[in-house]
Every structure is written in C-alpha cells, then in structure tokens.
Design a protein around this ligand. Structure first.
Ligand code: G
Ligand code: G
Ligand code: MN
Ligand code: NA
Length: 253
C-alpha cells in the first residue's frame, strides 16, 4: 500500500504532529485538560484524516511505534505546560488495541511518566468500546495496573459501540465520553434520551462525564441541565497545534 509506505516514511522523518483540543469544566468554565489528536500534514498544506490513516496504522502494527511517540509527546507537553505555569492540566491520549497486545505497553507508559516526572493523574488513556470487546482480559488487566499507578482512564465514543454494560463494572474507569452523535441529535427525542441516560449512568457509577462535539449554545444548555461535567467541541476550541496552545490557555485563564 502506497499510503502506508508514505505514513511509515513521514513518521520516521518526524512529520506527524500531535494537536490538542481543550476540555472545559461546565461548572467553572475553566480548561481542565485536552485531548491529544494526531495530524498528518501533506506537502500541499492539507491533512490526511486520522479516520483514514489510524486504521492503516492499526492494521499494519505501525500504531505501536506511533502510539509510543504520542505518549512521549503528551508527557513532554504536560511537563512543558507545568513549567509555563499550567500545572494541573491533564492530557488524554487515544490508545489502540495493538498497543495493548504489546507486552511492554504498561511498563512503557509508567516509564514515560517517570522520565518526565509528571503526576500520573495528569495522563489519561482513552479506549473505545471496540478495544474493550476485542480482548477484554488483556485490556482490563493492563488498565488495572496503570490505574493503580495513578493514570486515568476514559471510555471514548461511548454509546456507539457494542460493549456490554458489564464492562463498565470491570474496567477501572474515571470518565465516560459521550459520543458526539448523541450531542448532534440532542434536539431530537432519541438523542436527548440517550445522552441523558449515559450521563446519569455515569453519575450513578461515580464516573465523570464529558460531552464530545458540542457546537452550539443549545447543546451546551441541554447537557448542563443533564448534569454533564465537562465539554469538548468546536464551540469552545478546535484541535490546535502545540505552538498555539500556550496562547490559548493564557487567553482563557
Ligand atoms: O481529530 P479527528 O476527529 O479527525 O480524529 C479522528 C479519530 O482519530 C479520533 O476519534 C481517534 O479515534 C483517532 N485518533 C486521533 N489521534 C489518535 C492517536 O494518537 N491514537 C489513536 N489510536 N487514535 C487517534
Ligand atoms: O477520539 P475521538 O474520535 O473522540 O476524537 C475526537 C474527534 O472529534 C477529533 O478528531 C475532533 O476533531 C472531533 N471533534 C471535536 N469536537 C468536534 C465538534 O464540535 N464537532 C465535530 N464535528 N467534530 C469534533
Ligand atoms: Mn478520543
Ligand atoms: Na470520541
């Protein structure tokens, strides 16, 4: 595959970028953290969508190397933000199944946190329902070790996958990310009921909830009324390159 060859080459040459999308507390309106999102720039100023190149990286196994680079960048960013006076901001990183299958994964995350001497609770791992369902035993065991070290765990895109609710009990979760499909449809009866149900499920399980893809004031109002804790969406900020992050944080402080 030509695209995989290009991805491998650009990654090796340091061309991949890690961008950050702010996450905001609905109670305080303060930025509480951000999600790290890969970007693959092309020569013409365009970007290949992660929806295209992440599956390719997963299928080929390249995601293991890319993923450890992402973790390294995220830990470095947490450290840099701390030096710049933003010491309590967490960074969430997406983790794919091939990374969990790698024997050294848990230790490599712990080592990374140690190398940068950051608080483990400022690093959050995002896993999707499909990752959980793929190899529940491997994933639960790895997350339990990481959790006991202090690292946070969020379940991503919640509600659109096919995970059994019993995994909400078995996984050492801190946060549920309500998939943006339900936020988009929150002005419709079904979307509203589903968003509300996920948020109250989270509350009753003592998990923090974050709504993804919030784009309008009406959507914000609706999830606030449902008791959602945090938001992430274009209404607040789009994913931005690290060079823009400090200025954004200073402006919103
Ligand atoms: O930023 P955007 O909406 O285009 O990202 C699409 C998807 O790509 C995200 O929802 C996420 O699942 C995936 N993605 C982005 N960055 C990473 C990453 O660093 N690792 C993994 N495994 N997936 C990522
Ligand atoms: O990992 P996950 O698939 O949840 O990644 C989140 C993706 O959602 C990112 O790629 C980001 O670009 C996208 N996103 C974040 N906020 C919004 C939003 O308000 N609207 C839309 N359409 N997409 C968003
Ligand atoms: Mn995510
Ligand atoms: Na998501």
């Amino acid at each position: 595959l030509a695209m995989l060859r290009m991805l491998r080459q650009d990654f090796a040459q340091g061309q991949l970028q890690l961008w950050y999308q702010p996450q905001i507390s609905l109670q305080t309106k303060q930025v509480v953290g951000m999600e790290a999102l890969l970007r693959w720039p092309q020569g013409d100023g365009q970007y290949v969508s992660p929806a295209i190149f992440i599956p390719l990286a997963e299928y080929s196994g390249l995601i293991v190397e890319i993923g450890s680079w992402v973790l390294e960048q995220a830990c470095l960013q947490i450290k840099q933000l701390e030096k710049q006076g933003f010491s309590g901001l967490r960074i969430a990183v997406n983790v794919s199944m091939p990374q969990f299958r790698n024997q050294g994964f848990v230790q490599s995350v712990i080592d990374c946190v140690g190398r940068y001497q950051i608080k483990p609770e400022l690093l959050e791992l995002e896993i999707t329902e499909s990752v959980v369902m793929d190899e529940p035993k491997i994933v639960i065991e790895a997350l339990q070790k990481l959790k006991s070290f202090g690292i946070k765990v969020a379940i991503d895109d919640f509600g659109i996958g096919f995970s059994s609710l019993s995994y909400l009990q078995q996984l050492p979760l801190d946060r549920i990310k309500v998939d943006r499909a339900f936020i988009r449809d929150i002005d419709q009866a079904a979307g509203e009921v589903i968003a509300e149900t996920i948020i109250s499920l989270g509350k009753r399980l003592n998990l923090s909830t974050i709504a993804e893809g919030v784009e309008t004031a009406a959507q914000e109002k609706a999830i606030l009324a449902m008791g959602c804790d945090e938001v992430q969406g274009f209404m607040y900020a789009k994913p931005m390159p690290p060079a823009d992050l400090l200025q954004y944080l200073q402006q919103s402080a």
